[in-house]
Design a protein around this ligand. Structure first.
Ligand code: BTN
Length: 256
């Protein structure tokens, strides 16, 4: 598959090479096809359109050509960073920081890896691990409320809807990659406190009564006392605190 254009950023880890494609089946699949090649580390794959874009839980991810930033990057992080919760926090926080810079809007993280603005989804993230790690996401850029209504997605929003004007596609691309690169650099240098607290703050549920949906189908209800990459502390009774590993959690919500 031949890219239409290749850009280069003066970054440390992600985006030293950015390959832009007109149409691919899925940028995540494209990135994963280079997982045998250490030289492909940090390469960013972007498509105007995907014919088989994949979402979480095997769902399809569809976007009108040119309307979204459809991006995947291949990385080979050290073993201690290959935890879904850490990778998700890094990606979600980096994209949220880029959205803030582009639009002035604060995005919230909806567990595990959606970004919402005003309660509406602006970005979906899909992280897959095989030989390497592939971070892929679809960031809604220029869709209108009518576009979303027409495809049965009334609970979605875009950068254009938030800011009243469509940010330029290349500016969005560069801004997001730069924030992800800076966050990845911090993780590689061993920083945990800042990424963890940015993630916690953007989830925004500390002190609230929450429901945790577990991957095994179980549920827990209680007050969320604190959270870190090592566990969510839930007050389930007057003196009862349960610590639940992030990897066991499929959903976290305060509106139930
Ligand atoms: C979700 O279900 O919310 C996650 C959606 C992830 C979609 C992106 S678009 C770019 C990359 N390529 C894919 O096939 N999927 C991800």
């Amino acid at each position: 598959m031949i890219p239409r254009e290749i850009l280069h950023l003066n970054s440390r880890h992600l985006g030293r090479s950015i390959q832009l494609f007109e149409e691919v089946p899925s940028t995540n699949d494209l990135a994963a096809s280079f997982a045998h090649d250490p030289d492909a580390a940090g390469t960013v794959y972007v498509a105007e359109h995907q014919t088989n874009g994949r979402g979480q839980y095997g769902r399809l991810w569809q976007a009108r050509p040119g309307s979204s930033l459809l991006l995947s990057v291949l990385l080979f992080p050290p073993a201690e960073l290959r935890r879904p919760v850490i990778l998700t926090a890094w990606a979600a926080v980096g994209i949220a920081q880029a959205i803030l810079e582009l639009t002035g809007a604060e995005a919230r993280i909806k567990w595990p890896n959606d970004l919402l603005i005003g309660g509406k989804k602006v970005c979906g993230i899909l992280i897959e691990q095989s030989g390497g790690v592939v971070l892929g996401f679809g960031l809604n850029r220029s869709q209108t409320a009518e576009d979303f209504a027409a495809v049965g997605l009334p609970d979605a929003t875009s950068l254009g809807m938030i800011s009243g004007t469509n940010p330029d596609a290349i500016t969005v691309l560069k801004t997001v990659v730069q924030h992800l690169d800076a966050g990845y650099d911090r993780l590689l240098s061993g920083e945990r406190i800042t990424p963890e607290s940015q993630w916690k703050q953007r989830i925004g549920l500390i002190g609230r009564q929450v429901r945790i949906d577990l991957a095994d189908g179980g549920q827990r209800v209680g007050r969320l006392r604190d959270m870190s990459f090592d566990g969510l502390e839930l007050e389930t009774g007057e003196h009862a605190i349960e610590v639940i590993l992030p990897e066991l959690i499929r959903g976290l919500s305060a509106n139930f």
